[in-house]
Design a binder for this molecule. Structure first.
Ligand code: NAD
Length: 277
């Protein structure tokens, strides 16, 4: 492996036992990366060579600081990944995120943060957003991701910590409904994105960049300019072959179909109409 494909220092991956964490562990392990893995539940598969796993709760600050010792990048994928009550989200996604950022500050590490389209989910589907668009979270989960991006801004301005904010669309083995014809991010494209976010020598003058995490889908007309050229990433896969099978698979809910965040926007929605007033 050349210096271009291997990070210079070990990489800490939080949320390693989760769906995307396992995909990344396999792929980055195969690529020969030295990985420190952590999650609050055990890692359910054999560990690749060069990987160490340690159980820890993101809410345990000292444990996260110890885990990050010597690491040059933190891939922060741990936390609540769906819409849940505020009190459930706040510990893992806000306090846990703070611990991850404190670790990045101490180690001089780059943060690659698994943000989400739900940080901007209340933009309408007719809008074309760029990386400077307003944050419009569609629930407490999306709010925690928006807060994460703001925290990244604070740690950049105050401590010089670099961040890549991955606004992931729908990262699953394959798309399963009409919305995902726009938002789907293949596992391969996600893995290459994380690799480039880690290996890119510079994130440009600002030190933080946003990337829209979607594959090369014809229906992805919602998301425009972002920082992908800075890290030399371009998606290679596409949801297009699933169009015929999925285009009729919509929710039938006018709120859900109106906004980019889809199903999360309709959860506990009480505005009393289709969001028109
Ligand atoms: N999969 C997607 O389509 C998608 C889309 C947008 C954003 N994301 C983000 O990407 C990341 C990974 O997503 P995923 O689909 O693998 O989710 P996942 O739920 O499968 O994995 C999250 C992991 O975080 C761990 N975790 C939760 N709370 C924790 C805590 N307090 N301490 C330690 N570990 C804790 C869980 O045990 C789990 O293994 C998440 O941050 C998610 O919000 C995913």
């Amino acid at each position: 492996m050349s210096a271009e494909t291997l990070p210079q220092r070990p990489v800490l991956l939080t949320g390693a036992s989760g769906a995307l964490g396992r995909v990344l562990t396999r792929a980055l392990g195969e690529a020969g990366w030295t990985l420190r893995l952590t999650d609050r539940v055990p890692f359910p598969e054999p560990l690749p060579e060069g990987a160490r796993f340690q159980l820890a709760d993101l809410e345990d600050g000292p444990a996260i600081l110890r885990l990050a010792e010597g690491c040059g990048t933190i891939l922060h994928f741990g936390g609540i990944s769906v819409e849940l009550p505020f009190e459930t989200v706040i510990g893992p996604n806000i306090r846990g995120l703070y611990h991850a950022y404190e670790a990045a500050r101490r180690e001089g590490a780059r943060m690659v943060f698994a943000s989400s389209n739900h940080a901007i989910g209340f933009h309408e589907r007719s809008a074309v957003l760029d990386d400077a668009c307003a944050l419009r979270p569609d629930g407490y989960y999306g709010l925690s991701k928006a807060y994460g991006e703001l925290m990244g801004g604070l740690y950049r301005d105050k401590h010089g910590v670099e961040s890549v904010f991955l606004r992931i669309g729908s990262c699953f083995p394959e798309p399963t409904d009409a919305r995902m014809l726009a938002t789907w991010l293949s596992y391969g494209d996600m893995t290459r994105l994380v690799m480039r976010a880690t290996l890119a020598p510079s994130l440009g003058p600002d030190g933080t960049i946003v990337i829209w995490g979607a594959s090369n889908n014809s229906r992805m007309t919602w998301w425009g300019r972002d920082g992908r050229d800075t890290i030399a990433w371009a998606p290679q896969d596409s949801a297009d072959p699933y169009t015929q099978a999925l285009e009729a698979k919509t929710s039938g809910n006018p709120v859900v179909e109106r906004y980019q965040g889809g199903g999360f926007t309709g959860l506990d929605y009480s505005r009393g109409n289709s969001g028109k007033s």
